[in-house]
Design a protein around this ligand. Structure first.
Ligand code: NI
Length: 396
């Protein structure tokens, strides 16, 4: 069968994609406030012939289109829309005009690539089967955008799910298309320790929760080093430690918070059990009582190997010179996991750093910016992967 040259098409649309990206970048919006972005997306999708639903999960937009080549599966393509509460320091000509808010993760690029994919798929509508559902998701940055969209039924009728992330940890020309887990499950934990307050000069009359909490923090570091299989991945980070009001007062309480990151459900369960036990029993050994809460905020992003194989074969055809990693994992989390929990999918990474141009600050940094030549790469790979899934499915 003839294949569409999405690489050339995406390159010829470079200025279109870049201008969209820069416009989104100038006007960043926080989660569930993406009204301007949503308006542009909805208008563009309508002009391209999509059936558009606005206001999904408050500010989300869904565009639906059936192909002209017959019945087939429905492929969901997701792009996230939200910016971060960061004051931009790039000095770029297209820098944020919204003080204190910045597209510092690349979601501006994701929206621009999503619209470019929409445009290319619409132009080739007669050449693919089935249907595409383009999902522009609000509030990815820990605010529950995917969960809201799933609750509102965005997955109904979907056979495959695709999403991608520009990735500044890797250079332009690198692609991460992994089999199995690629982003981690994330828990938030909080530990409240209660002792007995007193005078800083009379510790023997008090029960010091600061000392107990310090030992809990230290002991928690043994979970990964002593309880988890060394060939498995896990992180336990204590990121908040609050206690006390004055130099001469032993406080009554101390508060700890942090995150647990894992890929494997058995490892997750083991880490939770050990962390809880340490928090309870170490505190008790120091005469304190502790209250432990552990809550999952996102499961792991797990790629279906058959869908990942389709994306890799599209990458091999479009970008034979690219470096393709099939084992790329990050302990970062992504709520796309909720859209891929019951639907086979692939979440892939597009290398976007260019150290020669100074475009290699990490995600969520005030100087974050990426090489815009990554945009046509991502758009072409997404469109080609979708068309392969629509016309050929996965190989059994
Ligand atoms: Ni992101």
């Amino acid at each position: 069968m003839s294949t569409i040259d999405f690489r050339s098409e995406a390159e010829s649309l470079f200025e279109y994609t870049r201008d969209l990206r820069r416009d989104f970048h100038r006007h960043p919006e926080l989660g569930f406030q993406e009204h301007r972005s949503a308006g542009i997306i909805a208008k563009t999708l309508r002009e391209l012939g999509y059936d558009v639903t606005e206001g999904v999960a408050k500010t989300g937009v869904v565009g639906f289109m059936r192909g002209g080549a017959g019945d087939g599966p429905t492929v969901l393509i997701r792009a996230d829309m939200d910016a971060l509460p960061i004051q931009e320091e790039t000095g770029a000509e297209y820098a944020s005009e919204n003080p204190g808010v910045m597209h510092a993760c690349g979601h501006d690029g994701h929206m621009a690539m999503g619209l470019t994919v929409a445009r290319m798929l619409a132009a080739h509508r007669e050449e693919w089967r089935g249907a595409v559902k383009l999902v522009f998701q609000p509030a990815e940055e820990g605010l529950g955008g995917a969960e809201s969209m799933v609750k509102e039924g965005v997955l109904v009728g979907v056979d495959y799910a695709l999403a991608m992330h520009l990735w500044n940890e890797k250079p332009l020309g690198w692609l991460g298309i992994t089999d199995g887990p690629t982003m981690a499950s994330a828990d938030i934990f909080s530990i409240d320790l209660t002792g007995r307050g007193g005078h800083g000069a009379a510790p023997h009359l008090a029960t010091d929760p600061v000392l107990a909490a310090s030992h809990v923090v230290t002991a928690l570091q043994s979970v990964v080093s002593r309880n988890v299989d060394p060939l498995e991945a896990a992180v336990v980070s204590v990121t908040i430690f609050k206690a006390g009001t004055a130099f001469n007062i032993i406080p009554k309480q101390a508060h700890l918070e942090g995150t647990i990151r894992t890929f494997d459900p058995e490892v997750t369960a083991e880490v939770r059990t050990r962390a809880r036990r340490i928090a309870l029993e170490v505190a008790q050994a120091f005469g304190c009582v502790s209250d432990v809460k552990i809550e999952n905020i996102s499961p792991a992003v797990i790629n279906d190997p058959k869908v990942a194989a389709v994306v890799r074969s599209a990458a091999a055809e479009l970008f034979p010179e690219a470096t393709v990693a099939s084992n790329h994992r990050t302990m970062g989390a992504e709520d796309m996991a909720l859209m891929m929990r019951d639907i086979p999918g692939c979440y892939f990474f597009i290398g976007s750093a260019n150290p020669q141009k100074g475009l290699d600050a990490p995600h969520h940094h005030p100087k974050f910016d990426f090489d815009e030549r990554a945009l046509p790469i991502g758009a072409a790979l997404m469109a080609a992967s979708a068309v392969r899934l629509l016309n050929e499915g996965v190989s059994e």
